[in-house]
Design a protein around this ligand. Sequence first.
Ligand SMILES: [Mg+2]
Length: 204
Amino acid sequence: MIKKISRKILLLTSYFLLLTVFFGCSTPQKSAAPSSSAISEQSGINVGFDIDDTLLFSTPAFKKADESGEAAYSDEWWTIVNKSDEGNSIVKKVAEKILNEHRSKGDGIFAITARDKAGSNVLKSYMNKTFGIKKENVFCTHRKAEKIRELNIKIFYGDSDSDITAAQEAGAKGIRILRSPKSSYKSKYHPGEFGEEIIPNSEE
Ligand SMILES: [Mg+2]
């Protein structure tokens, strides 16, 4: 009788052990999960990214211009900003990962920045070299909503409130990339204010 019971227990134990192994193996690894809900959406769409504090921690490039003695926001000042990313700005890892995931699924990749056009050829080359974004897909404009609409961008990633509102105004989905607390830029920053999705741990 005791022998029978212990056999039953052994069988049951083996059964649960097998179940555990099966479900353990079939559960996807956490690291393979998409970093943005937009990754699982339709393929072949156009996706846009802001540059400063979204794809790049670029405070060091702006600092170079500030230290140059050129008048702030003059053509000369912007030329220094636009040529100073190399060796100074830092690529934001989570945003870069999201960009690569969109590219892998066949989406068109664009960058739209409110930086001035002065010296922007250097910026375009840098964006091409660093993120593989085509030079002709990098735009400098203050009218982001207009550009998002014109390019038929469906998802736009940005750190500033104005990135999210520009996307929403253009009928696109705005997704918030968090700004580094070390950024010198502190304005227009209220993550979640517009009901937008926020990418966790995207500060760095
Ligand atoms: Mg920005």
